[in-house]
Design a protein around this ligand. Structure first.
Ligand SMILES: Nc1ncnc2c1ncn2[C@@H]1O[C@H](COP(=O)(O)OP(=O)(O)OP(=O)(O)O)[C@@H](O)[C@H]1O
Ligand SMILES: [Mg+2]
Length: 182
C-alpha cells in the first residue's frame, strides 16, 4: 500500500504533539538535482524512552493503550528502505526527538509528496498552542513559514479563524510554486 509522504509527515508530527512538544520543526527537501528527497521533523517533546527506542521500527512497539500496534514509524521506515534511503532517529529524554527520512528522489517506489499544504496548515490550525515551523527546499530555493511570525500579526484573531486558514493555504501554496519555478 502506498501512502503519500505528506501523510507520513502528519503521522510523525502527531507523535510530537502526543509527546507534548511546544515546538515542532518540519523541513522538507526536494533536492531534485542531487536526486535526494528528504525530510525531518524535530520536536522538543518528552523524548523516546530506551525500552521503546530499542524496537521502535517494529510495529508492535507503542505506548498507546488503546491498541497494541504503533504503525507510524515502522511504515515510514519501510518506505525509506524501499526507496534506497533510511530513517534515522535521534532522541533524548526531556529534550526531544528528531526523525530524518531519506529517499532517492527518482526512485520508482517513492510515494508522491501529496498535499503538503493542507497537511501543514491543518497541523497549525489544530494545534494552536504549538509553535510550528515549516521549511521547504526545492534544490537551492527555500521558503520558511512559522506560526511565531504569524501570531505576531494576528492580534487577538485565532489561527483557526477561517480567514486566516484561507490566507495560510494560499500563502504557502503560492510560495511553494514560487520556489519551484525560480
Ligand atoms: N516524537 C516522539 N517523542 C516521544 N515519543 C515518541 C515520538 N515518536 C514516537 N514516540 C514513541 O514511539 C511509539 C511508536 O510510534 P509510532 O508512530 O510508530 O506508533 P504510535 O504513534 O504508537 O501509533 P500510530 O503511529 O500507529 O498511531 C509511540 O507510541 C511513542 O511512545
Ligand atoms: Mg505515531
Amino acid at each position: 500500500m502506498m501512502k503519500e509522504l505528506s501523510l507520513h509527515i502528519l503521522d510523525i508530527a502527531q507523535n510530537s504533539v502526543r509527546a507534548k512538544a511546544s515546538d515542532v520543526k518540519i523541513v522538507v527537501k526536494e533536492l531534485v538535482d542531487a536526486n535526494i528527497f528528504e525530510f525531518y521533523i524535530e520536536d522538543n517533546g518528552s523524548g523516546i524512552p530506551d525500552e521503546i527506542f530499542k524496537t521502535i521500527k517494529d510495529p508492535f512497539t507503542t505506548s498507546r493503550t488503546t491498541r497494541k500496534v504503533g504503525l507510524g514509524i515502522p511504515f515510514l521506515n519501510n518506505t525509506c528502505l524501499a526507496c534506497g534511503g533510511d530513517l534515522i532517529i535521534t532522541t533524548k529524554i526531556n529534550e526531544g526527538t528528531k526523525l530524518l527520512a531519506t529517499m532517492f528522489y527518482d526512485h520508482i517506489d517513492r510515494p508522491p509528496l501529496g498535499d503538503i499544504v493542507s497537511t501543514i496548515v491543518g497541523l497549525i490550525t489544530s494545534n494552536e498552542e504549538i509553535e510550528i515551523s515549516y521549511t521547504h527546499w526545492y534544490n537551492n530555493q527555500s521558503f520558511e513559514f512559522s506560526t511565531s511570525e504569524i501570531k505576531e500579526v494576528l492580534g487577538d484573531m485565532s489561527l483557526a479563524d477561517i480567514r486566516i486558514y484561507r490566507w495560510m493555504m494560499d500563502f504557502v501554496k503560492e510560495n511553494l510554486e514560487e520556489i519551484k519555478n525560480a
